[in-house]
Design a protein around this ligand. Structure first.
Ligand code: GDP
Ligand code: MG
Length: 440
C-alpha cells in the first residue's frame, strides 16, 4: 500500500481542498490496498462507500493537510469496524467459566489453549485444559505438553480405552473442575482441514453439553479471503461469541480481521503472534487498522500533529510568514511546538517519501536546535520582535548570555533573515499569507 498510497496522497497534498475527484481517486487506491491485504470484496465495497460519505462531509481540520485527513478518516473507520475498544472475556457468575475453542485444523486452537491458560493463570485464575480433540492421534499429548509448559492441569480421557467420546469428556471435565476448584475450563476441540458437517455436529454437541460462556472462533490470519466462508460456516454450525486471530507474526496484512468482524459482527478478543506461549495479547483494533493500512508511521505523525496543534497561532504565523513579518519569537514558538512532538529526525522520517532524503535528515541535529533555542532565549523581547536591531554589541551580549560564540549568533540572525525572505516568496507563490511588504 504505502508506495501506491503515498504517491496518490502526494498529489492530494499539493491541493488546498478535497474535491470529489480527489476523494474518488484516493478511494480507488484504498480499495486496491484493502484487496491486497486480502479483505473480502463485499467488505471492501461497503467500507469504501462509508469512507466516501465521510470524506465528502468532513470539516477541514487545521492541523492536517487534505491527504492526512483522508488517512485519518480511513483509519477511524477501520478502528470502528474492528471493534472500537477491546472487549474483555466474560466470566460466568457461578464458576467455572467455560470457554470453548472452535476452528479449522491447524488454526492454532491447541496452541491458543496453552496461551490463554497461561495468561489467565497470571491473572490469578486456575484454568483446567480439556482435551476434546480425540480425532488426531497426537492431539491429546500435544495439549498435555502445552498445559505442562503453562503450568496448568489438563483433563484427558484415560489412555487405552480406544477413541473416547469428546462430549462425554467435556461433561466429566466440568465435574472435575468443580471438584478441584478450577474457576475456568478451556475446551480444546477437533478441527478438519475444511469445513464439514461431522465436525460441526461434534462441536455443536460439545457446546450443548457444556453451555460455554464464551465460544471462541480461532482463525488463521493467513487464510485471507477464505476467512469469510469459514467464519460463516462456524457461525451457522456452532455459533461463537468472539474471534481469535492467530499467526499474526506471519506476513499477512490482516485483511481477515476486517472480513470476519464485518461479516459475523462478533468481536475479535485476542491476537496470537507466534509459537511460544507468551506470543499472545489482547486484540488492539487500532494496531490492526494500521497494519491493514500499512501506514503506521504516517498515522502516528497525524496523531502527534493533532495533539500539538494550535489553530489560531498557526493562522497568525501563516499570515505573518506571507507578509514577511515573522519574528524570532514566532520562530522560537514554532520550533518549540514542533519539538514537543519528539526528536526532529524521527518526525521528519515519518513523512511519506522521507526515505529518499535520509542524508538530509541525518544532518538535522537536536543539539543544534538546543543551541538555537538558547540564543533566542538570550535575546530581549524587543530584539526578538525586530531582529534588525541586533547590532554587534548586542550580538556580543547575547553570545555571552547564552554561552555560545558570537559567530553562532551571527549565523542564526543571518539565517533567520534568509529564511524569512524565502518563506515570504514561497507564500506568495502558493497563494497564502499577506504577500505584503517585508520587514527587511
Ligand atoms: P489446531 O489444529 O487448531 O489445534 O492448531 P495448533 O495449535 O496445533 O497449531 C497448528 C500449528 O500452527 C502448530 O505448528 C503451531 O505451532 C502453529 N501456530 C499456532 N499459533 C501460531 C501463531 O500464532 N504463530 C505461528 N507462527 N504459529 C502458530
Ligand atoms: Mg489442536
Amino acid at each position: 500500500l504505502s508506495d501506491r498510497l503515498t504517491s496518490a496522497l502526494q498529489t492530494l497534498s499539493r491541493k488546498g481542498r478535497l474535491s470529489d475527484a480527489d476523494i474518488d481517486a484516493t478511494a480507488r487506491e484504498i480499495r486496491i490496498a484493502l484487496l491486497e491485504a486480502d479483505v473480502a470484496l463485499q467488505v471492501v465495497k461497503d467500507f469504501i462507500a462509508r469512507i466516501k460519505d465521510r470524506a465528502k462531509g468532513a470539516e477541514v481540520h487545521g492541523a492536517l493537510n487534505p491527504a492526512q485527513q483522508v488517512i485519518k478518516i480511513v483509519n477511524e473507520e477501520l478502528v470502528t469496524i474492528l471493534g472500537g475498544e477491546t472487549r474483555r472475556l466474560s466470566f460466568a457468575k457461578n464458576p467455572p467459566t467455560v470457554i470453548m475453542l472452535a476452528g479449522l485444523q491447524g488454526a492454532g486452537k491447541t496452541t491458543l489453549a496453552g496461551k490463554l491458560a497461561l495468561w489467565l493463570k497470571k491473572q490469578g485464575h486456575a484454568p483446567l485444559l480439556v482435551a476434546c480433540d480425540l480425532q488426531r492421534p497426537n492431539a491429546v499429548t500435544q495439549l498435555q505438553v502445552v498445559g505442562e509448559r503453562a503450568g496448568v492441569t489438563t483433563f484427558a480421557p484415560e489412555p487405552g480405552n480406544g477413541v473416547g467420546d469428546p462430549v462425554d469428556v467435556a461433561r466429566r471435565a466440568i465435574d472435575e473442575a468443580k471438584r478441584a476448584q478450577h474457576d475456568i475450563v478451556l475446551v480444546d476441540t477437533a478441527g478438519r482441514l475444511g469445513v464439514d458437517e461431522e465436525l460441526m455436529k461434534q462441536a455443536a454437541d460439545i457446546r450443548d453439553a457444556v453451555s460455554p460462556d464464551e465460544t471462541l472462533f480461532v482463525v488463521d490470519a493467513m487464510i485471507g479471503q477464505d476467512a469469510v466462508t469459514t467464519a460463516e460456516a462456524f457461525r451457522d454450525g456452532v455459533g461463537f461469541s468472539g474471534v481469535v486471530l492467530t499467526k499474526l507474526d506471519g506476513d499477512a496484512r490482516g485483511g481477515a480481521a476486517l472480513s470476519v468482524r464485518q461479516v459475523t459482527g462478533q468481536p475479535i478478543l485476542f491476537a496470537s503472534n507466534g509459537e511460544k506461549l507468551e506470543d499472545f495479547d489482547l486484540f488492539h483494533p487500532d494496531r490492526m487498522a494500521s497494519r491493514i493500512l500499512g501506514m503506521g508511521d504516517v498515522l502516528s505523525l497525524i496523531e502527534q500533529a493533532e495533539e500539538h496543534f494550535d489553530q489560531e497561532k498557526a493562522e497568525q504565523t501563516a499570515a505573518k510568514l506571507g507578509s514577511g513579518q515573522l519574528t524570532l519569537e514566532d520562530f522560537l514558538e514554532q520550533m518549540l511546538a514542533v519539538r514537543k512532538m519528539g526528536p526532529i529526525g524521527n518526525l521528519l522520517g515519518m513523512l511519506p517519501g522521507a526515505g529518499q532524503m535520509k542524508d538530509q535528515l541525518a544532518q538535522v541535529d537536536d543539539k543544534h536546535l538546543d543551541k538555537l533555542q538558547a540564543i533566542i532565549r538570550g535575546m530581549t523581547p524587543a530584539e526578538r520582535d525586530d531582529p534588525k536591531m541586533i547590532n554587534a554589541s548586542r550580538r556580543l551580549r547575547i553570545a555571552k548570555g547564552s554561552g555560545v560564540a558570537v559567530r553562532d549568533v551571527n549565523e542564526l540572525v543571518n539565517r533567520f533573515f534568509e529564511a524569512r525572505k524565502m518563506m515570504a516568496q514561497m507564500a506568495g507563490r502558493f497563494g497564502f499569507g499577506g504577500g505584503g511588504g517585508s520587514k527587511n
